[in-house]
Design a protein around this ligand. Structure first.
Ligand SMILES: [Fe+2]
Ligand SMILES: [Fe+2]
Length: 181
């Protein structure tokens, strides 16, 4: 399991003492701040041509290491695996055919954004700029919609359906979770 060092990312939420759902809601807030900043980078790139490949590489690292390895994988390994095992067809539809599909689309999207940033860095053509902005904004729209579906549908369903004693066990697992790719 690769070691993941989150220390370069400022203002990560302190989720100690929160239950698993509250902790993940706090993580969503931090993920959305970075998405807003990625949108700002796209606006600047379109409006003024401002571009620094290192800024895009930072966003890729944040998305892979915090949003995906620390957050999405924890959802998958702790909360969603329990829901898939115990909550029947509703969980199957909501999680397997919804949330997990979003996670995989996000992974593919950030890879396309990373590649497009490096292509644009080598050849800053209009075509390559459009390609970069479109992949970056696809990710921004995807993560915003995904977070909203979790905040308003998936997590409330988990809260309604999971016994408090089980929720406490899931919280303990989430608190000791080691991020991984
Ligand atoms: Fe998710
Ligand atoms: Fe999430």
């Amino acid at each position: 399991m690769a070691d993941i060092d989150l220390s370069e990312f400022p203002d990560l939420p302190d989720t100690k003492g929160m239950d698993i759902v509250d902790a993940m809601l706090a993580e969503h807030d931090r993920i959305l701040i970075e998405a807003d900043d990625l949108e700002r980078m796209c606006r600047d790139l379109v409006a003024t041509g401002a571009f620094n490949v290192g800024d895009f590489d930072y966003k890729v690292r944040f998305i892979r290491e915090f949003s995906d390895a620390a957050h999405h994988r924890k959802e998958e390994d702790v909360l969603y695996s329990y829901m898939l095992e115990h909550l029947g067809q509703v969980a199957e539809n909501l999680i397997r055919h919804g949330m997990l599909v979003d996670h995989d689309r996000g992974r593919a999207c950030v890879k396309r954004m990373e590649d497009a940033a490096h292509v644009y860095d080598a050849d800053p053509s209009v075509e390559n700029r459009v390609e970069l902005v479109s992949w970056a904004m696809e990710y921004v729209h995807l993560i915003r919609a995904h977070v909203q579906r979790e905040n308003t549908v998936a997590y409330p369903f988990a809260r309604r359906s999971i016994d408090p004693a089980v929720m406490a066990e899931l919280t303990a697992k989430a608190q000791s979770y080691e991020p991984h790719f």
